[in-house]
Design a protein around this ligand. Structure first.
Ligand code: BGC
Length: 740
């Protein structure tokens, strides 16, 4: 755990240059606008340890799979959103010495993420080896207002007369650290620099996405524009403009750089060059100040829809805003081809691909803080992938329109290649079906079921029907060889959560068929034809739903996570020593699999989804039985435990788990923030407040609340968009108020 980030309600502040945490800070200071984003890398040259990261949404590469032993059914490739050309680059030479903080003596340094205005700022003073001291103020943003644009301002002064060389460039020499075969994924198609502009058009190998960047750099000395760029380099990977001049100590230099970033996802590749020219021209007369103004307005609007205010606890306040800020940087929801990678635009891990995280954790945030079209796009993403999900199931031996959605995907095809997850972690199908229910229940957009939802539900119900088998021994249906949400158990039989999800899906599909048949008969006909659906299929779904086997312990009076769970030695996590944690880093996989330790909510994930089916006592019994065995080594775990603890009225545990999820990255609890932020679990943080502390639910078409205010919070307030009306909810010790 780290504690170097200062508390502030609206800012993330790093004081002092913590080189050992540089990768962590680069993750924390990430910015984005839904279309592109980047880590908090430095603009000027930096040769110290750094993970440079710039990403353009939806632009991916199929990196050839690497496994030890091939298994039939494995996908050929892992699609990853690529690290893309970097538009922010500057090189500053002062009397021939390059400004590089890993070689200079840094006497003052701070980095600030101004979340209110969507700005990343940095100030420092550094003494070069040649004795010159340079004072720098930098800021930049990815525009929320105009998502094809970004800009930066970089100003500096020196303490002695000096010869200066400023170069502004686009760095196209980009490699992914996580490349399986150390390949270079890009081909640079065009590299050009003239006047004060640089253009780079690059194409991904194999997938042939084109990404075009055009920058314009303006240079000011003492507020006078001196656009003397005497040198233009068009080296194929990094077009550069450079200026040489001398300055006196009292003079200030300001570099302003704007960028237009476009990809062939939105612009025809043959038009890309022209579009870049037009769009940079459109912002030519706007100063950095003008652009910031627009950025501030766009963020003010976002905050007016999604802010949460916590009075009396600054650490909690800072954390929830950080989570909301990053969620809004990652996904803006106006493009149904895009989704939410577990690390968003903040790192390479998980390849920017889509996981069940989207439906299970992210959907509620976007559903409640933005127009319903945003959440609908997340669902349509899966609807569009239905043919691929059917193909995926077919590859594994299923038939007749059964659909298995991938565990990890970019375009609907499975990318994951560990058998225990690819073939066995099939509960993901359940989250996708549940999201349809949740969206309709929340928004009342029932037509969605007829237009899109039911086809997906039928594919999923068919899959479950074929995945179970009748056990003569148990006289019940069973599901063999699965991995539940707890990935520390593989190839288990009758994982309670998966069995429960499967029957719920079949029942929901069955009910939905009746509803669509009645209310949208022509859609129903279309769906029957498209999916060759026959009413007789429902008989099996009903039989399985009523005769499914759920492992249960009479002794403990709890459902068992899977068959044989009680054969394990049940030693609570509290008895593990600190130097064994996290167990995933300290224990062999063999030891983990034989242990009772649970990576993340598994049975309790089911209690979270289906809470209304259980009594308070049942929830408490299961919580008390399973939580002590849970190591929370997935970032997705603490949020579910916080919500359930709040439901149980257990304020202390709800609050402790809240801090753990909300400040997971700010305090680097799991010692992995350097790889990127845990974006999808940030949506889980939002749920801890709304579903946990505020206790919000939709019951009989009404929003209901059951607040539990943590002891040290004076009040909690937030905006919620429910069925096209924004409601302002305020909770304090006196109770709850809602204003329309
Ligand atoms: C979790 C999965 C999750 C994935 C991506 C894993 O560690 O166990 O549930 O989907 O991370 O966030």
């Amino acid at each position: 755990m780290k504690n170097y980030i200062k508390h502030h309600p609206w800012e993330i502040i790093e004081e002092g240059f913590n080189t050992e945490f540089n990768r962590v800070s680069e993750s924390l200071f990430s910015i984005g606008n839904g279309k592109f984003g980047q880590r908090g890398n430095f603009e000027e040259t930096f040769t110290g340890d750094s993970l440079v990261g710039n990403y353009v949404a939806g632009v991916y590469y199929p990196d050839k799979t690497r496994v030890g032993w091939w298994k039939n059914g494995y996908p050929e490739y892992f699609a990853k959103v690529l690290n893309a050309p970097n538009w922010t680059k500057l090189s500053i030479k002062i009397n021939g010495e390059i400004l590089d903080l890993s070689h200079a003596k840094v006497t003052k340094f701070n980095r600030i993420l101004d979340m209110k205005n969507g700005l990343l700022k940095r100030n420092f003073i550094a003494k070069l080896k040649n004795g010159i001291s340079v004072t720098v103020q930098a800021s930049r943003f990815c525009s929320l207002d105009q998502d094809n644009m970004g800009a930066l301002s970089y100003s500096f002064t020196v303490d002695q007369s000096a010869e200066i060389e400023v170069s502004s460039y686009i760095d196209g020499n980009i490699r992914n650290e996580d490349a399986n075969y150390d390949e270079f994924f890009w081909e640079n198609i065009k590299s050009e620099s003239n006047d004060n502009q640089c253009t780079l058009i690059a194409r991904t190998k194999k997938t042939h996405f084109y990404v075009g960047l055009k920058t314009e750099t303006n240079l000011f000395v003492d507020n006078d524009k001196i656009n003397r760029f005497q040198s233009h380099e068009s080296a194929i990977n990094s077009p550069t403009v450079s200026s040489f001049f001398s300055i006196e100590p009292e003079q200030s230099i300001v570099i302003e750089k704007k960028v237009i970033i476009r990809s062939s996802l939105d612009v025809d590749k043959d038009q890309l060059d022209d579009v870049l020219v037009d769009e940079i021209n459109n912002i030519q007369n706007l100063s950095y100040k003008d652009l910031i103004n627009n950025q501030q307005k766009a963020w003010a609007k976002k905050w007016s829809e999604s802010d949460i205010v916590i009075e009396g606890d600054i650490a909690a306040q800072q954390a929830i805003r950080f989570n909301i800020f990053q969620l809004n940087c990652t996904y803006s929801g106006n493009d149904e081809r895009l989704n939410i990678g577990p690390k968003g635009f903040t790192g390479e891990k998980y390849g920017g691909s889509t996981y069940w995280d989207t439906e299970a954790y992210c959907l509620p945030f976007y559903q409640s803080t933005a127009d319903k079209s945003i959440a609908k796009n997340l669902l349509i993403y899966r609807y569009n992938h239905l043919p691929k999900a059917i193909e995926n199931a077919k590859k594994l031996g299923f038939s007749d329109g059964a659909a298995l959605y991938p565990m990890v995907t970019m375009n609907g095809e499975e990318c994951h290649n560990e058998w225990e997850i690819t073939f066995e972690e099939i509960h993901r199908n359940g989250a996708i079906a549940y999201a349809i229910y949740d969206y309709i229940n929340y928004t009342a957009d029932k037509k969605y079921l007829a237009e899109y939802g039911l086809e997906v539900l039928i594919g999923i119900a068919r899959f479950w029907k074929q995945r179970v088998n009748w056990s003569e021994e148990k006289q019940a249906y069973v599901m063999l060889g699965v991995t539940g949400p707890n990935e520390f158990e593989n190839n288990v039989n009758n994982n309670w959560y998966t069995n429960k999800m499967a029957t719920w899906c079949m029942t929901y599909c069955d009910e939905s068929i009746d509803w669509v048949k009645k209310h949208f008969p022509s859609d129903f006909e279309r769906i029957c034809e498209a999916s060759s659906f026959d009413d007789s299929e429902r008989k099996d779904w009903r039989a399985i739903s009523t005769q499914m086997y759920y492992p249960f312990s009479e002794k403990h009076n709890v459902y068992l996570q899977q068959d044989g769970f009680l054969d394990k030695e049940l030693i609570p996590v509290s008895q593990l020593s600190d130097d064994e944690r996290p167990i995933v880093e300290h224990w062999s996989w063999d030891k983990i699999l034989r242990s009772c330790y649970i990576k993340q909510a598994d049975i309790l994930q089911g209690f979270y989804y289906f809470e209304h089916e259980f009594t308070h006592e049942e929830l408490k019994r299961h919580y008390d039985f399973y939580e002590p065995l849970t190591v929370h080594e997935s970032s997705l775990s603490p949020c579910i435990h916080s919500i359930l603890a709040a439901k149980l009225g257990d304020e202390k545990r709800a609050y402790d788990f809240y801090l753990r999820t909300a400040r997971l990255d700010l305090n680097d609890y799991n010692n992995d923030t350097r790889d990127g932020l845990h974006i999808t679990s940030m949506a889980g943080t939002w749920m801890t407040i709304i579903k946990g502390f505020a206790g919000m639910e939709v019951k009989n078409d009404q929003l209901t609340f059951n607040p539990l205010l943590p002891k040290n919070w004076e009040s909690l307030s937030f905006k919620i968009n429910f069925r096209d009306e924004v409601k302002h909810v305020f909770i304090d010790r006196l109770g709850l108020k809602i204003n329309e």
